[in-house]
Structure formats: C-alpha cells, structure tokens
Design a protein around this ligand. Structure first.
Ligand code: HEC
Length: 131
C-alpha cells in the first residue's frame, strides 16, 4: 500500500508539472460571479463606452443585434475582433475601428463577453475584485 501511494504521489506530481507548463494565463478571473480582475473590468468599461447594449441588450441577451451570450459560444476570437473593428454595415452592426476606447481594450472586451457567454460572470454589471 505504501509503495502504491508513493508511486501515485510521484505520478500526480508529474501530471501537475506538465499541466503547469501548458497552462496559459486565464482569459478572465471572477469571484462570486461578478468580482473580476482589473483587465476584465476594462473590458466591461469598453462595453459601456461603445454602448453595445443599445443593440445587444443590457445583459448581452440580444435586441436588434444578436445575443452575444450565444454568439460567443461559437464565434472565434478573430471573428469577434473583425466584426467589432469592421462592423457589418449592411446588417446594422456598426464599425468600431476608429473608436480607440473600444479597440485598445478589444482583448479585455472579448474576455468580459466570453465570461458572460461561459456563464462564469453571472451578471452584466461587474465590479473590480478587491476594490
Ligand atoms: C447600432 C446597433 C449595434 C451596436 C451599437 C453594436 N452592435 Fe454588434 N451587431 C449589431 C447587429 C444588428 C448585428 C448582427 C449583424 C448580422 O446580422 O450579421 C451585430 C453583430 C455583432 C457581432 C457578431 C455576432 C455573430 O453572431 O456573428 C458581434 C460580436 C457584435 N455585434 C459585437 C458588438 C460589440 C462588442 C459592440 C460594442 C462595441 C456592438 N456589437 C455594438 C448591432 C449593433
């Protein structure tokens, strides 16, 4: 039994080390469903500045524009960046390419919306953790 436990502990250690090497920093961190890291908070501010809620709804649930909670389940990050930057002018999605407040925070905006789409960020109005 002792031998088995030692072997098991050694294997677990190898697995943990391998995992740590693969690990990318998380896209966002959230506690209690709404206390987010500083970068994700910037994403929320970009959402507010861009007034995306006018068309996508205060809770990203969709209005004139589609639900981004749904869209981000399938849209890739590249597709997301492209549609926000270039818009789909013929379909009513405006271009934010010249909006620096949005474009300089595009990674954070993606992280925020991905957190909403994943269901990890449980309310739209987030706060910065530890503040
Ligand atoms: C004036 C209304 C309007 C505003 C403001 C707006 N959108 Fe949109 N958005 C739309 C419409 C309409 C579509 C659907 C276009 C289509 O049919 O392909 C869309 C599509 C999108 C898509 C693609 C969804 C998909 O499933 O393909 C993303 C992502 C998106 N918007 C993000 C944003 C973000 C982020 C903001 C704020 C920075 C924003 N939108 C502001 C109207 C708007």
């Amino acid at each position: 039994m002792k031998k088995f436990l030692q072997a098991f502990a050694a294997l677990a250690l190898i697995a943990a080390t391998a995992h740590a090497q693969d690990a990318k920093p998380p896209l966002y961190t959230v506690v209690d469903g709404y206390k987010v890291d500083a970068e994700t908070m910037k994403g929320f501010r970009a959402w507010r500045t861009g007034a995306c809620d006018r068309c996508h709804g205060a809770n990203q649930e969709g209005m004139v524009g589609p639900s981004l909670v749904n869209s981000l389940k399938t849209l890739t990050k590249d597709e997301f960046v492209k549609v926000v930057r270039d818009g789909r002018l013929d379909k009513g999605m405006q271009s934010f390419g010249s909006n620096t407040a949005v474009m300089s925070n595009i990674d954070n905006l993606y992280a925020y919306l991905k957190g909403r789409s994943d269901g990890a960020i449980t309310r739209a109005r987030v706060e910065e953790a530890g503040k």
